[in-house]
Ligand binder design. Structure first.
Ligand code: HAM
Length: 432
């Protein structure tokens, strides 16, 4: 039989230990942020009934899912996002004390046309707060997102772009432009096209020349909170909903200041978000050069849980994707080294010292150090090469004569310094 070549599917990745080492460092930082802010870790199913996403994720996302019939003929979907599952979990767990704050890091699947930062399998880090509709909850979520940028050392290269859907809808409606899903979709895509294309697309959706100019100009409005708020003051109509949305933005500014993250945040009236469930504040994080797709997206979705048959429960949150984060961190030269790390390699010079070598390796593993020793029967030189290949920071040479004197040689592979250390004192050497 000939050899069959079975390639990896497009848009799916695989990672070697060195690459995973870098990824896990980044993921670990995001896990820690969640813990620092009191977000509890949750885990959710990877496969859900297709109907879960039909309710409110929006047509585009549903079209992009991996959906199929299982063996019992049920229509099921590999989860393209976690928000609907979380809404169901909140509904099912009524007794949870509010606010409920949840975090997870898991894989998602979307059948997208693959491109830079857009894959068919990717990881998202989801942070949500349920049961609290205050501006404080919005601010805390934005603070977490901002802290992520700081922690990953990309705060100088990315910014949070914030808007309020209701406020934008109010402004447009004051001009007699009623928002339709189609118009919102064009606004959502604005960053991907020229201004002329944008106006043409709006006209294709039925807007007059004048109205497409207005939508273009309004959605051009962006800048720091201090710059944009006075401009909005004149623009926001008297209608109660728009006024309230604007008031929240003013309050948000103050809160973001208290959290110390205001300088990472700007207002941008073109941010609208593709997903259909958002009801108020929305935001995305983009690189400041405007080269990449969004690193993060989120906002307030106060009606989703009720829509799923639960008690009315306000909610706000966001998700960050691993792919764009990696691209930006590499561009900014802050992505961790993609290599394996080992604390100690225990080099045994001959079979006769192997027993002691293994015991020593076990003692160091008990100290939670990463340790390797020979399991192949390599000679001295080949063990040295192997120790270098696994980036061992320290080498312990267990030699026959040394051992008779109750000693081993410890070599610091970074400085090259060598020291004789008592066989029984190795733990002390490393903890000192
Ligand atoms: P989303 O904007 O669809 O929002 O995705 C959030 C982030 O996930 C994006 O900014 C992007 O970094 C990443 N992402 C999305 N699709 C892909 C893909 N095909 N390849 C690589 N990365 C991707 C949501 O999913 C909402 N459920 C977020 C949310 C949580 N809203 C409230 N809570």
């Amino acid at each position: 039989m000939g050899e069959e070549k079975i390639d990896r599917l497009k848009g799916f990745r695989q990672f070697l230990p060195g690459e995973m080492n870098a990824r896990r460092k980044v993921f670990g930082k995001l896990d820690r942020i969640a813990e620092r802010y009191g977000f509890g870790h949750i885990e959710t199913p990877s496969l859900e009934p297709m109907d879960l996403f039909l309710i409110k994720s929006g047509e585009e996302l549903v079209e992009q899912t991996y959906s199929f019939e299982d063996k019992a003929g049920r229509k099921v979907t590999l989860i393209p996002e976690e928000t609907p599952t979380r809404a169901r979990m909140v509904k099912e767990n009524k007794a949870l004390s509010k606010p409920v704050k949840w975090y997870s890091s898991s894989k998602f699947w979307r059948y997208e046309s693959t491109q830079k930062g857009r894959l068919r399998e990717f990881r998202q880090f989801n942070y949500d707060i349920f049961g609290e509709d205050s501006v404080d909850a919005d601010a805390e979520v934005l603070a977490v997102a901002s802290e992520m940028l700081e922690e990953l050392d990309i705060d100088h290269a990315a910014e949070l772009r914030i808007n309020d859907r209701r406020m934008l809808e109010g402004i447009l409606s004051a001009y007699g432009i009623e928002d339709s899903e189609d118009i919102l979709k064009v606004i959502d895509d604005k960053e991907k096209m020229s201004r002329q294309e944008f106006r043409d697309r709006l006209k294709d959706e039925g807007l007059s020349e004048e109205n497409s100019r207005i939508v273009d100009e309004v959605t051009e409005l962006s800048g720091s909170f201090s710059e944009v708020i006075p401009k909005l003051e004149n623009l926001v109509p008297d209608a109660e909903e728009s006024k309230n949305a604007f008031k929240r933005l003013v309050e948000l500014k103050e809160r973001l200041e208290s959290y110390g993250v205001l300088e990472n945040c700007i207002i941008d009236l073109s941010i609208i978000r593709g997903l259909a469930y958002y009801t108020g504040m929305v935001f995305e994080i983009f690189d400041t050069e405007g080269e990449l797709r969004a690193l993060c997206g989120g906002g307030r979705y106060d009606e989703l849980i009720e829509l799923f048959g639960g008690q009315p429960t306000p909610a706000v949150g966001f998700a960050a994707g691993d792919a764009v984060l990696e691209i930006l961190m590499k561009r900014e030269d802050v992505w961790p080294e993609e290599e394996v790390e080992t604390d100690v390699y225990v080099l045994t010079v001959s079979e006769s010292v192997k027993k002691e070598g293994i015991k020593l390796a076990q003692r160091l593993r008990d100290m939670d150090m990463s340790v390797e020793t020979d399991i192949v029967g390599r000679n001295f030189g080949n063990q040295m090469d192997y120790a270098n290949s696994i980036n061992a920071e320290n080498l312990i040479i267990v030699g026959e004569r040394d051992l008779e004197n109750g000693e081993v040689t410890v070599k610091d592979m970074v400085s090259g310094d060598e020291e004789q250390v008592g066989f029984e004192s190795v733990e002390e050497y490393f903890s000192g």
